[in-house]
Each structure stands twice: as structure tokens, then as C-alpha cells.
Design a protein around this ligand. Structure first.
Ligand SMILES: [Zn+2]
Ligand SMILES: [Zn+2]
Length: 257
């Protein structure tokens, strides 16, 4: 395994475990019960995605390796390597913003993305709760985008290593001070921003689409903030019953909604 890939997995697992422990010690939404059962559900949905992501990563590495001599993308400009890398990482994050926004604006894509939003108890494990069809589309569409911008597999791995802990953190139920949140959201989508993205109210969850950097939302008009969200309902309307929050029901949900 590539060292960057190993570091990426290590960061994701360590960060996830650390946040899971902190959620038990300093939770933002208090009084959560059945954390173990909730995590088991989200991680079982996520485990299916690993079956897609691992082979997809191998195919992507092969295609990006083959295409890099045929199409240079931003490397046409022959910038210093570190500037090239920064530019490519920024463009990948912009694509993630666009893809996430499309998932909210295109009804067909929302069918699958809404499985992520149907979680009534947002926490670090929600960061991994995506319907496998959303993952398939995500992998298929990102490939031509990465070829177009001239990304190499090392750029994709670097982005993934930087972005994953941010996604885990902004989904987590860890309580941080308002001033820390304010400071963090100048750079990354903060927990306060992403909790609003999981509000049951559509006008609120159609906002704050950023993955790693918060400025896309600011410059593309989707930044939204509400200072007091302690009483906010998370999830989707009429989707939080134990019967609806079952593995098989959630996987089948997009096909008959
Ligand atoms: Zn969303
Ligand atoms: Zn989310």
C-alpha cells in the first residue's frame, strides 16, 4: 500500500475513534442513547461502500496514470510543483462542493443522498453513512473531472487525507465553544455549519455544502448560519422511527420513495 494511502486510512480511523470518544465526554446534543447501535447501523451501511471504494481506487489510479501523458490539465501551465498541488486540491474540493450541491438540487440524486440526511442523530459515524448508489455515481463522475484538471493519484490521496478528518469533525457531536467554531469556519465547514445542513427544514439543509473548505459556500451564495441550534430537529420529516432506521429499509428507501 502506498504510504500516503496508509496515512490517509490511519488518519481517518484514528480521527474517527478520537471523536467518538469525545462525543461521549463532551457531547453537543446531550442525552443520546444507543450510541453503539446507531454507530453499528451507520458503519454497516459504510462497509458496503468500502467494497466499491477499494476497487474504484485501483481503477482510478490506473486511469489517471494512463491519462497524465495525454492530458496535462493544470500541469500545462508548468507551475512550481507545490502550487500545482495546491491548485489541484482546491479544484477537487470545488468539485466536491458542486457534486454535493447537485445531490440536493437534482431530485434523482437526492433520493440516494437523502439516506445520509435521514440520520436523526448526527455524529461522527454519519460522516460515513452514504447509500452505495451515491458512492457509485460519485466515483464515476469524479473520474473525468480529475482527468480534466490533471490530477494524479497522489493528489487525490493527499486531498482525501486532508478532507476526511474535516468531514468527520464537522459531523461529530463534540461540543466546542462558539468562538472556536467561529475561528474554524473561516477555513473549514465547522460543526455549527454542518449541523444546520442536517436540519429537518429544507431551506436550512439546502446550504453549507462545503467538504474541506468553507469559502466555496461563501462565494457561491450557500453559506447559512444560525447561532442557536440546541433545539433543532435533525434528519428528515417522518423518517426517524426505529422501523425506518434499519439497514434494509434505508438501502431500499431510494427505490420506492
Ligand atoms: Zn447534503
Ligand atoms: Zn453530512
Amino acid at each position: 500500500m502506498d504510504s500516503l494511502q496508509a496515512l490517509s486510512y490511519t488518519t481517518a480511523v484514528t480521527g474517527g475513534l478520537l471523536l467518538w470518544v469525545l462525543e461521549g465526554v463532551v457531547p453537543f446534543f446531550k442525552g443520546r442513547k444507543s450510541r453503539g447501535r446507531h454507530a453499528a447501523l451507520n458503519l454497516s451501511i459504510a462497509s458496503l461502500n468500502l467494497l466499491i471504494l477499494l476497487p474504484a481506487g485501483v481503477v482510478m489510479a490506473l486511469i489517471l496514470e494512463q491519462s497524465k501523458t495525454a492530458w496535462l490539465g493544470v500541469r500545462t501551465w508548468e507551475l512550481p510543483v507545490f502550487l500545482e498541488t495546491i491548485l489541484i486540491v482546491l479544484l477537487i474540493d470545488l468539485w466536491m462542493y458542486i457534486w454535493h450541491r447537485l445531490n440536493h438540487e437534482v431530485d434523482f440524486l437526492w433520493r440516494f443522498h437523502s439516506v445520509h440526511h435521514s440520520d436523526p442523530s448526527l455524529d461522527v459515524t454519519t460522516a460515513w453513512r452514504f447509500h452505495y448508489v451515491e458512492i457509485v455515481f460519485s466515483e464515476l463522475l469524479r473520474l473525468p473531472v480529475f482527468v480534466l484538471i490533471g490530477a494524479e493519484i497522489q493528489d487525490v490521496l493527499l486531498y482525501s487525507m486532508l478532507m476526511t478528518p474535516v468531514i468527520e469533525f464537522h459531523h461529530s457531536n463534540v461540543s466546542i465553544s462558539p468562538s472556536t467554531d467561529r475561528f474554524l469556519r473561516t477555513v473549514i465547514p465547522s460543526p455549527l455549519m454542518h449541523r444546520l445542513h442536517h436540519s429537518v427544514v429544507r431551506a436550512e439543509h439546502d446550504s453549507n455544502y462545503g467538504s474541506m473548505l468553507s469559502f466555496w459556500d461563501r462565494i457561491l451564495g450557500s453559506f447559512k448560519l444560525k447561532q442557536d441550534i440546541t433545539g433543532m430537529t435533525l434528519g428528515l420529516d417522518n423518517e426517524s422511527s426505529p422501523e425506518q432506521q434499519r439497514f434494509g429499509v434505508l438501502l431500499a428507501r431510494p427505490f420506492h420513495n
